[in-house]
Design a protein around this ligand. Structure first.
Ligand code: SF4
Length: 280
């Protein structure tokens, strides 16, 4: 059985990266080029993605004639909520993330990833609760590859109605397959156009789970993408550890200042990003 032929109802979690884009393409092919009504594609926007990611999400939708639902976290009357937006009205300055921080009263950190849980997973589920076909349960297809077995085995559903699916893992598709696919698409002028051609600028650009080397490169070349993070820490939303994204690193403002004054540090070897469920 083709692993891309998802059990329905199903949602395809598209993060705006090449991997989940590859997964979406294969799911489309499995369904004969057009998704049935009970298969939705959703992109949860934190407002902190790179402009190239936003352009890519729109382009995928246009090129493949597939509707993509842009969802954002909100707080309404003091309660967690969400909104469906369009590419034209989508947040670009971290507004959903700001709302979450104000609601929670502390910043996420590597041990408490309230951003993934609320901005991504629960925002998706809130939307699906408005879809009658999804009320009794649904498949959530995420772009985890065959070369990411640890992430696959750690993957957990966020609620009892959700059944996680990793069709790329089942199909044994690896990063090499993903890159080869997008190289072919690029021949027709269609690819994710992030700086350096890799995922350094992917997901939330300044994500605290990225390696120091990546964050320094971003601080040096596009410091505007680090400023929101420095501003969030400057809020001092709490005096305790929840006022910083990481206690084991310098604050983002110091990172910006240091890189501006001294340039990037020549790290002897690349530290891996911390494991994150915000897949690409
Ligand atoms: S990419 Fe990083 S900062 Fe953004 S939601 Fe995921 S874990 Fe949080």
């Amino acid at each position: 059985m083709n692993p891309y032929l998802l059990d329905r109802p199903a949602v395809v979690s598209f993060s705006g990266g090449r991997t989940s884009g590859f997964m979406l393409w294969n799911i489309l092919q499995a369904f004969g080029g057009k998704l049935p009504d009970e298969v939705l594609v959703c992109f949860q926007n934190t407002g902190l993605e790179h402009e190239a990611t936003y352009a890519f999400v729109e382009r995928v939708s246009e090129e493949w004639s597939v509707p993509i639902h842009w969802l954002e976290y909100r707080v309404t009357d003091g309660e967690h909520d969400y909104a469906e937006v369009t590419p034209a009205t989508a947040s670009r300055k971290g507004e959903p993330f700001d709302a979450l921080i104000q609601k929670k009263g502390y910043l996420p950190n590597p041990r408490s990833r309230i951003c993934t849980t609320n901005l991504k997973m629960r925002t998706l589920d809130r939307h699906l609760k408005t879809q009658p076909a999804f009320l009794d349960g649904y498949t959530n297809a995420v772009g985890l590859r065959y070369d990411e077995p640890r992430r696959v085995h750690r993957l957990k559903a966020d609620n009892a109605r959700e059944e996680m699916a990793c069709p790329m893992y089942k199909a044994r598709h690896t990063e090499e397959d993903v890159l080869a696919f997008w190289r072919r698409c690029a021949l027709f002028g269609f690819d994710l156009d992030l700086p350096y051609g890799n995922n350094t600028f992917g997901n939330c650009v300044g994500c605290f789970l990225k390696s120091k080397a990546k964050l320094e490169l971003i601080a040096e070349t596009q410091p505007g993408h680090i400023e929101w993070w420095a501003g969030a820490e400057a809020l001092k939303i709490t005096d305790g550890p929840g006022g910083k994204f990481r206690l084991d690193r310098e604050p983002y403002a110091r990172l910006l200042e240091r890189v501006r004054e001294q340039g990037r540090f020549d790290w002897p070897e690349e530290e891996a990003d911390a494991p994150c469920m915000c897949h690409d």
